[in-house]
Design a binder for this molecule. Structure first.
Ligand code: FEO
Length: 164
């Protein structure tokens, strides 16, 4: 049985993951409107990943006999500036999510909730990957520079091949 504290934190995490999904979908739509179809594709795949993260938490709560509470999701912004600004925002957002996951893990340790500790380990590794992916794109965009249209479209093309 999931404790009330863990249940509350996990319900907050569902909300955060679904907000991440909305945010990345909004970023994808914006990128497409700026004619960056590859960035748009990458962000749409990310949107799908975030939805699956939210579902993992939802299923964990159900499996542990807890109560799922779906909370309202804030509307994400509509405009994001340059692709560099946009991916800096992705990285900053992922850092916030990492802090939330770490906080959840700490709570699971305090409560001796071993099942949640094992469950959360997947997310700890996932966050390392998510931050690394975003940081790599930020670094590439910085190398290209805002004015190199050729470089931008080359990266756009490469990101368009993301599978999962
Ligand atoms: Fe679900 Fe990007 O963290």
């Amino acid at each position: 049985m999931l404790s009330k504290k863990m249940q509350e934190l996990m319900n907050n995490q569902i909300q955060a993951e679904f907000y991440s999904a909305q945010l990345y979908l909004a970023m994808s739509v914006y990128s497409e409107s700026e004619n960056f179809k590859g960035f748009a594709h990458w962000l749409k795949v990310q949107y799908q990943e975030e939805t699956s993260h939210g579902m993992k938490f939802l299923e964990h709560i159900v499996e542990r006999g807890g109560e799922v509470e779906l909370k309202s999701i804030d509307a994400p912004p509509v405009k994001f500036g340059s692709m560099l600004k946009l991916f800096e925002e992705v990285l900053a957002h992922e850092k916030k999510v990492t802090a939330m996951i770490n906080n959840l893990y700490e709570a699971a340790l305090k409560e001796k909730d071993y099942a949640s500790q094992i469950f959360l380990q997947w997310f700890i590794s996932e966050q390392v990957e998510e931050e690394a992916n975003a940081a790599e794109i930020v670094a590439q965009l910085k190398m290209i520079g805002e004015k190199s249209v050729g470089g931008l479209f080359q990266l756009d093309h490469a990101l368009g091949h993301r599978k999962g």
